[in-house]
Design a protein around this ligand. Structure first.
Ligand SMILES: NC(=O)C1=CN([C@@H]2O[C@H](COP(=O)(O)OP(=O)(O)OC[C@H]3O[C@@H](n4cnc5c(N)ncnc54)[C@H](O)[C@@H]3O)[C@@H](O)[C@H]2O)C=CC1
Ligand SMILES: C[N+](C)(C)CC(=O)CC(=O)[O-]
Length: 488
């Protein structure tokens, strides 16, 4: 099991710990704060209910989390060391000196710094080439972007290895090759922050009004197309050139000359803190984190359906995990038992007002199991493109127990009939040993051109015959063939 060490387990270190752990890494934390274990525990609870559900395939089993008072012990065997101590250059440099005396020279030392350049961090280090900036975004367990900033001291092979590891964690490493204070994203955030401070200071808008101005409009837009693609669309058919011709001169207008910084006085801090308390003080921070995570998961899953932006990153991560799974029944050793056709966590957007997994998502899960079964017998994307597929003619679902966001569920599928054009499947959904639901489906193989039932390919017939023979000894499932009975 690969080991990651987290140096500084606050808001960001806790998020990193969750990201590594939930992707199967062992995590060791070094943080002098006696509250670190409790704080990381709370971040992890939120991460467990949100991150695994972003994947439509099972994440690896969670790694082991441990806390260490001795730095040498904490970094022993670590492949990745993530520094997330407070944003002070002297402190960060001191930490690297202590770290490099005890860590493996080949380990990657990533810094979460929001603003320091890698060459600034590397100054005075024992092995400057070992340190890179890996700037994450809160919550680290959900948001994919990592600004991977290198300096001329870093060996390209070290950077490539860092990229590979980050990608394997479902992250999106954006390699910033030219060092600059605050990298790329925080330069934007600082510009927006500066404007917002002016608007509050001058009494133009409250914190609440500013947040509404962002989240009701351009904030949603930015999440999917960023700045340039959004403006290209805003240029209409003539695109970016027209957009710039129309709005470029605005840079000369008074409303864009707000380059000076408002003085950060106690008065301004009080004004903002008071308005922020009035706006959001009725929520605990952990509640706000959960609301944020619910929204992020919903939006990111929507992007996944579009295979766009952050959604494309999530799909690629799923594909990487899926490529290690069997592609055909011939690759499954034991077919005598129901076949694993789905293993995943319950996503946050699968739950309802009753606080549990909602009924339509059972159909969703069973439909995914049927798709997977089809794939395993050879009715995969290529086969479907060649003109054959299955249509579902009838489905029956029984709800036997409840489950909740973040729970790891599995579906195992028994084939009741697989002959000619007919395919009759019985899915059982479990959480651990608990049977949550069953889903029975009857499908017909069709010719996608005529839309009429027809026999499948010989390969599919053979795969179904293999399963039929192997599962022949299984008892006919309790509940199969049943329907809602007429009340007596
Ligand atoms: N909070 C945010 O939104 C973001 C912060 N960052 C960066 O992440 C870093 C950490 O920031 P936060 O997590 O927000 O701070 P934080 O204050 O929540 O956590 C810092 C942690 O470091 C620990 N610590 C202090 N000295 C230490 C030492 N010598 N060895 C080990 N642990 C030590 C503290 O006990 C604390 O738990 C900063 O560099 C910051 O710029 C990056 C992205 C976003
Ligand atoms: C406020 N901040 C500069 C620490 C923010 C970041 O660095 C990234 C983020 O998560 O917004």
């Amino acid at each position: 099991m690969a080991v990651a060490t987290i140096i500084g387990g606050g808001v960001i270190g806790g998020g990193w710990a969750a990201r590594f752990l939930l992707n199967g890494w062992d995590v060791r934390v070094f943080d002098p704060d006696p509250e670190a274990e409790r704080k990381i525990g709370e971040v992890l609870d939120n991460a467990r209910r949100s991150l695994p559900g972003l994947s439509d395939v099972p994440l690896p089993p969670e790694g082991r989390l441990s806390f260490h008072e001795d730095l040498g012990e904490a970094v022993q065997g670590a492949v990745w060391i993530q520094e997330s101590v407070p944003e002070r250059l002297d402190l960060k440099r001191r930490v690297y000196r202590q770290l490099q005396e005890v860590c493996d020279p080949s380990a990657i030392i990533g810094s979460s710094t929001s603003g320091f350049k890698p060459s600034e961090l590397q100054e005075g280090a024992l092995r400057p080439e070992q340190i890179v900036v890996t700037h994450p975004f809160n919550p680290v367990y959900l948001l994919p972007l990592i600004e991977l900033v290198s300096s001329p001291a870093n060996d390209p092979a070290h950077i490539e290895r860092a990229k590979d590891i980050l990608t394997g964690l479902g992250l999106f490493p954006l390699h910033v090759k030219k060092e600059i204070d605050a990298h790329i994203a925080d330069r934007f955030l600082e510009a927006v922050w500066r404007e917002a401070l002016w608007l509050v200071k001058d009494g133009v808008a409250t914190t609440h009004e500013i947040d509404e101005a962002i989240r009701m409009g351009f904030g949603i837009r930015w999440a999917q197309m960023g700045l340039f693609e959004t403006y290209r669309v805003a240029g209409g058919e003539a695109g970016m050139r027209h957009f710039m011709a129309q709005f470029g001169p605005a840079l000369e207008w008074p409303w864009t000359k707000l380059m000076d910084v408002p003085e950060f006085t106690d008065e301004l801090v009080d004004l903002i803190a008071t308005q922020s308390d009035a706006q959001s003080g009725h929520h605990e921070i952990r509640d706000l984190e959960r609301i944020r995570d619910n929204n992020l998961v919903g939006m990111m899953r929507a992007l996944k359906h579009q295979n766009w932006g952050a959604g494309e990153v999530l799909n690629r991560h799923d594909q990487r995990i899926k490529s290690a799974m069997p592609g055909h029944v011939d690759q499954i050793d034991d077919l005598s038992q129901p076949i694993l056709t789905l293993a995943r966590a319950v996503p946050l957007d699968w739950t309802d007002y009753n606080g549990h997994m909602t009924e339509s998502k059972y159909l969703d899960a069973f439909a995914s199991s049927t798709d997977r079964f089809m794939e395993l017998i050879g009715c995969d994307a290529d086969y479907i493109a060649s003109g054959g597929s299955y249509f579902t003619a009838e489905t029956h679902i029984r709800h036997l127990d409840e489950t909740h966001a973040g729970a790891r569920i599995e579906v195992r599928t028994q084939m009741l009939l697989g002959q000619g054009k007919k395919l009759h499947l019985f899915h059982r959904m479990y959480e651990g040993e608990t049977l949550l639901a069953t889903g029975e489906s009857f499908l017909l193989h069709v010719d996608l051109e005529t839309r009429r039932p027809c026999a499948p390919s010989a390969g599919i017939e053979a795969a179904m015959a293999r399963i039929g023979e192997a599962q022949a000894a299984l008892p006919y499932p309790e509940g199969a063939g049943s329907a809602i009975r007429k009340p007596t």
